[in-house]
Design a binder for this molecule. Structure first.
Ligand code: ADE
Length: 232
């Protein structure tokens, strides 16, 4: 998968995409993340990328730099449309988008290329929303000062699901939100910590019993902490 990020703060991304699982995924060749500075694509002599809102109001990201950046990255005109490329998706991050959850994260795995638009939260010209972005994504019902963090959350959640990125794929299948259930409780050494003991069944070596216990606990956990998931 190739992920292109278009942002005015590419440096914000470097520490995140350059560490841990995402770093490893890139060195294994499973994903390539390209950071693009939006200001490199503006035709404004002062490298401005925003202007005041027509009709009054604050500043708004103009269409030209965003359209030019995406078209340079993809190598063809997006509007007027020249071709259909079902392998790519142009995603705009904003609080007005569809809310990201594990199910939506998985849907992005089928694309070979994702182009992520991560503007500051001051507003984006509506022509970008309608004619450039193919999908608008929000990471939750709150407002960030910019979409950079939202894009990083998105990248992390997608990249870890690419086959081969997390070495234990079975653990990915069993984690929270699979089948609308939260994860079961985990314990590790010591068996007895200040009198707090690990449930006996986990030490029994009886895999069938352990599996039953885990399923029961996952259901209990979900009922207690996130009953809304069970209604889905
Ligand atoms: N930009 C500002 N707030 C956001 C949010 N909640 N999700 C995605 N992008 C955003």
């Amino acid at each position: 998968m190739i992920i292109d990020v278009i942002t005015i703060f590419p440096k914000m991304f470097s520490p995140v995409v350059g560490e841990s699982i995402i770093k490893r995924a890139q060195s294994k060749g499973l994903v390539k993340i390209n950071l693009h500075d939006l200001r490199d694509y503006t035709r404004d002599p002062h490298q401005k990328i925003d202007a005041s809102s027509y009709g009054g109001g604050g500043m708004v990201f103009g269409p030209q730099p965003l359209f030019s950046a995406v078209e340079a990255v993809l190598g063809y005109k997006v509007y007027p449309p020249q071709k259909k490329d079902p392998q790519k998706r142009i995603v705009l991050f904003s609080p007005q988008g569809k809310k990201l959850d594990q199910k939506r994260v998985k849907k992005f795995l089928r694309f070979e290329r994702l182009v992520l638009l991560a503007p500051r939260y001051e507003g984006v010209d509506e022509r970008v929303v309608r004619y450039l972005a193919e999908e608008e994504v929000s990471i939750g019902d709150y407002v960030l000062s910019g979409a950079e963090l939202a894009a990083m959350v998105f990248i992390d959640s997608v990249v870890r699901l690419i086959p081969g990125v997390v070495s234990d794929q079975e653990s990915v299948k069993k984690e929270s939100f699979e089948n609308n259930l939260l994860d079961y409780p985990h314990y590790t050494r010591p068996e007895n910590f200040r009198g707090l003991k690990v449930p006996k069944v986990l030490l029994s070596g009886d895999h069938k019993k352990i599996e039953e216990w885990r399923q029961k606990r996952a259901l209990e956990n979900t009922k207690r902490k996130r009953p809304d998931l069970l209604k889905k």
